[in-house]
Design a protein around this ligand. Structure first.
Ligand SMILES: [Zn+2]
Length: 490
């Protein structure tokens, strides 16, 4: 604590208080920064001149000029707070915005403008698709959101907490502030506004009984739930979240990639895909009500051009962009195993890794995209990666990678297991060791099923970082697919 405000009835009492502070400061080897100190006298609500304040040792504390301003905790103050000036300062110094909530007389409409301003800046810098769901911007990652702070929510929380402080504090000055506050018209009173905000959130809590932390957590949760409900009730934007809720999707892990560094433009693209607002021909015709020559895909002309088709179902993209995405994900696993078992010269990053068809050392042997020769003919004999673990317990891993449409992740996992069952049985008999099928299935926007973690944990030395890298590879592949198609954004 090195910023202090002393209140006294008259100069004599103030002198005593300054004296006490000086003795205390001397004892802890601190001294007054006289250039930053000021004395202000207020009589009947107006500042008046009564001279500077002498102190025991050193120069006097100068008096604040009439209508002069003093900066306390970042806010210019005089006889009161200069609201207009404070708002101007806050607008230019965004980071200190929340300091004045409940003190500076912001209206909710003014506060909402901050959120709008941020979104406009994000759209301009291509970090937010203009038609994306606004609610998802402010939901936490574990609920499928981008985790941005909402200024209006923050403002309401601060006012509620300030009202709680005014009502429950034992401090004599705070009690006086409370008495003053309840005498104000409801539009200006902190307590009245706080009651209105609590009522709007339908929070069942007694503001005088609960602790500040309990109130903060409850209000925070309620704001989240309210936003989540609004999103779920939206016909187009709510589709993805509603689908995740009614299917075995690991929602929290499906958004693990948000914790890793990824360009904000790529992040925006993935959210636009999930929100289904990418400007495909079907979107233009059915959502934007534009007249389009045909609904069929601009590349293959054989399917309707929906976002799901372009991301994972177009035959024209399968041999190029989809394969590239698939190989990107598979090479993360190859790189991870090379790294773990110290095979050969390994690139520093998974994205510069070029897997060789066969790599081997005393602990492991890996075959990349290799035909497995068996005694009897087996049609599905080419898994993406075959790993022979030579150390005890010896084991063979058949790793199959896929990046299907998000809605197909579970079906794809099951399909991969069924498809390679015969090969696994045959290899198990041939090598006299267990052969395990590991489906690595990440949806085009990173969605994973509830089973994916269990499957991936069978890969040696598997970590959260490996998980995030696999997901990031799938997502970068998808962004690349979309960039190559060259759709209009708005
Ligand atoms: Zn197509």
């Amino acid at each position: 604590m090195d910023d202090l405000k002393l209140f006294a009835r008259n100069d004599e009492s103030l002198y005593k208080l300054v004296d006490t502070v000086q003795r205390f400061s001397d004892a802890i080897q601190m001294s007054f920064g006289i250039s930053k100190c000021a004395k202000l006298t207020i009589k009947r609500g107006k500042s008046v001149q009564t001279g500077s304040m002498p102190i025991m040792s050193g120069p006097e504390i100068p008096e604040l000029e009439t209508a002069g301003l003093y900066r306390y905790l970042g806010f210019p103050e005089g006889g009161g707070i200069d609201h207009a000036h404070s708002k101007d300062v806050v607008l230019s110094e965004f980071k200190m915005l929340s300091y004045g909530f409940g003190i500076v007389d912001w209206t909710v409409a003014e506060i909402t403008q901050f959120d709008i301003l941020v979104r406009k800046m994000m759209v301009t810098s291509r970090s937010l698709h203009p038609r994306s769901a606004v609610e998802r911007l402010y939901l936490p990652h574990c609920l499928g959101g981008r985790g941005l702070s909402n200024v209006e929510d923050l403002y309401r929380r601060r006012v509620i907490l300030l009202a709680h402080h005014l009502r429950t504090s034992d401090d004599a000055l705070v009690k006086m502030c409370h008495l003053l506050d309840v005498s104000l018209p409801s539009r200006k009173s902190v307590c009245s506004r706080a009651d209105a905000y609590v009522a709007a959130l339908s929070v069942d809590i007694d503001l005088t009984q609960a602790t500040a932390d309990e109130i903060k957590n409850l209000v925070c949760d309620r704001q989240k739930v309210s936003r989540w409900e609004t999103l779920k009730n939206k016909p187009l934007h709510g589709k993805f979240i509603n689908w995740c809720g009614s299917n075995p999707v690991d929602l929290s892990r499906s958004f693990r990639w948000l914790c890793e560094f990824l360009h904000s433009e790529s992040e925006s693209t993935i959210f636009a895909i999930q929100d289904q607002v990418v400007r495909t021909r079907v979107y233009e015709a059915k959502i934007m009500n534009l007249s389009v020559p045909t609904l069929m895909c601009r590349l293959c002309s054989s399917h309707e051009e929906t976002i799901q088709h372009l991301m994972a179902g177009c035959p024209m993209l399968a041999p190029t962009s989809y394969i590239h995405r698939h190989n990107l994900v598979a090479s993360v696993i190859h790189w991870h195993l090379c790294h773990t078992f110290g095979i050969g010269e390994i690139a520093n990053n998974w994205y510069s890794h070029q897997p060789l068809p066969v790599v081997e050392n005393a602990s492991i042997k890996m075959l990349w995209d290799f035909d497995i020769i068996t005694v009897s003919h087996i049609p599905s004999n080419r898994p993406d990666l075959v790993v022979f673990l030579k150390e005890t317990p010896e084991k063979i891993l058949l790793i199959e990678v896929s990046c299907p449409a998000d809605i197909n992740v579970l079906d794809k996992e099951n399909e991969k297991i069924t498809k390679y069952q015969r090969l696994a049985g045959e290899m198990s008999r041939t090598y006299c060791q267990p052969a395990v099928i590991i489906p690595v299935v990440f949806g085009v926007s990173g969605v994973v099923s509830n089973n994916q973690k269990r499957h991936l944990e069978k890969i040696p030395a598997f970590t959260q970082l490996t998980f995030a890298n696999l997901q990031k590879a799938a997502i970068l592949g998808t962004v690349n697919v979309l960039n190559n198609i060259n759709l209009r954004v708005v």
